[in-house]
Design a protein around this ligand. Structure first.
Ligand SMILES: Cc1cc2nc3c(=O)[nH]c(=O)nc-3n(C[C@H](O)[C@H](O)[C@H](O)COP(=O)(O)O)c2cc1C
Length: 385
């Protein structure tokens, strides 16, 4: 046995491996021997820990196969030069899904990733698994797999695997956090699948689970929304966070924000448009002082509708007088709403931030935040199952 631990399995010939398997009853799934790659490098981004957890499962499988493995948090690689990967390396990209795509930080990382010469790579995205009764609903990847495979393929990578990992949804701006029981079930269900995928990758097999027919249909149908989220949605959610009076200015959110989007303005935390809504700050604030300001978003929507209605009525009157009926086009109204909502949101956010210094307004915005209520909870990937 010691002999087998000492030898570098990467360099055992295929025939020899087959012989050993036959003789000792080795299974490729369990006592996996990696022969194909010299090294596995995993690049990950994670807001609340799901993608990090996935990266660690892959790492463990690689170590079992005696494959050298390096795991890199892309946030810590900012401004560092990434060397061109060796031809015999296997590269993994793991990140959460945001708005049916990778978040901008991961997209940028992939766009700037060095070119390679036929090097193997796999792509994994953690998605929103949601428990409803006894059923777990899958998340949706949208354009993520298509986009990232295309970019990496053009850079010279051979995509050997695409795998959406359905872990608990962390998007608590939209829904209450999933409870411990649901979280445990989701984790228990997905872990063996991830490990199986990892063993496929390590053995040099291909696994395109992300391209199953059902995934392809939902992903294609949702793709226009991916684009809208990328262009508009993410800025909208970036401006939804506020810090309540429970905030003791410990600065943890500011220090650990992966994209450096949180700053202090007038001695209160302020979220800039760079925010990716990864939920790290909200889910790890020790004081639970960070809220999604639903009341503020609702007011913004009402103000935008009133202004758009007023401007549209004005245009309708002009069109009657000047005989310019094209001004009454419904598409123009939608365009107007899109054009107005962002200046109103950005200005409104500034005003809200200023108003929050007054107790009355602070209470109003906090009490109209659904995340303020205990039943809503917070989500953080569990450390151990
Ligand atoms: C802003 C935001 C957008 C999201 N968009 C999607 C999505 O389009 N599809 C999906 O399946 N999950 C979506 N999710 C859920 C996360 O991708 C999922 O919970 C993921 O496992 C979180 O990984 P992390 O803990 O590593 O950050 C979204 C979450 C957030 C916060």
């Amino acid at each position: 046995m010691i002999f087998f631990r000492l030898i570098r399995p990467n360099f055992i010939s295929k025939t020899r491996q087959k012989l050993l398997q036959k003789k000792l009853g080795w299974s490729n799934q369990i006592g996996l021997i990696n022969m194909k790659y010299k090294e596995l490098v995993i690049y990950y981004f994670s807001g609340t820990g799901n993608a990090k957890r996935t990266a660690n499962w892959i790492k463990e499988e690689a170590e079992k196969a005696n494959l050298n493995v390096r795991i890199e948090n892309i946030v810590q690689l900012k401004n560092k030069v990434i060397e061109k990967p060796d031809k015999n390396s296997l590269i993994g990209f793991i990140s959460p899904t945001h708005g049916f795509h990778f978040p901008e930080i991961m997209r940028k990382f992939i766009r700037l990733f060095p070119k390679a010469n036929n090097c193997s790579a796999f792509i994994m995205n953690t998605r929103a698994g949601i428990r409803i009764g006894s059923k777990t609903l899958r998340g949706i990847s949208g354009v993520l797999h298509g986009w990232s495979s295309m970019v990496l393929h053009r850079k010279g990578y051979r995509i050997t695997g695409l795998f959406p990992v359905d872990l608990p949804s962390n998007w608590i701006s939209l829904h209450p956090a999933i409870g411990k029981k649901g979280t445990d079930i989701i984790f228990r269900t997905i872990e063996p699948k991830v490990r199986h995928f990892a063993s496929d990758m390590i053995q040099g097999k291909r696994n395109y689970k992300g391209l199953s027919i059902s995934n392809l249909i939902t992903d294609t149908l949702i793709s226009p929304i991916s684009v809208l989220y990328m262009l508009f949605g993410r800025y909208f959610f970036a401006k939804s966070f506020i810090a309540s009076s429970k905030c003791d200015m410990c600065g943890l959110c500011e220090r650990t924000c992966p994209v450096g989007a949180i700053k202090r303005v007038d001695n209160r935390m302020f979220w800039t448009h760079k925010c990716e809504s990864c939920m790290k700050c909200m889910n790890s604030c020790p004081q639970k002082a960070i809220e999604t300001a639903h009341g503020f978003l609702f007011i913004t929507w009402i103000i935008t509708s009133v202004i758009v209605g007023f401007v549209f009525n004005l245009l309708a009157n002009i069109s009657e007088i000047e005989n310019m009926h094209w001004l009454q086009n419904g598409n123009l109204e939608s365009l107007l709403s899109w054009l107005l909502v962002f200046p109103i949101l950005f200005l409104g956010y500034r005003i809200t931030h200023w108003l929050m210094r007054f107790k009355l307004f602070e209470r109003f915005f906090v009490l109209t935040a659904l995340t303020h209520y205990k039943f809503w909870g917070r989500y953080k990937s569990p450390r151990k199952q």
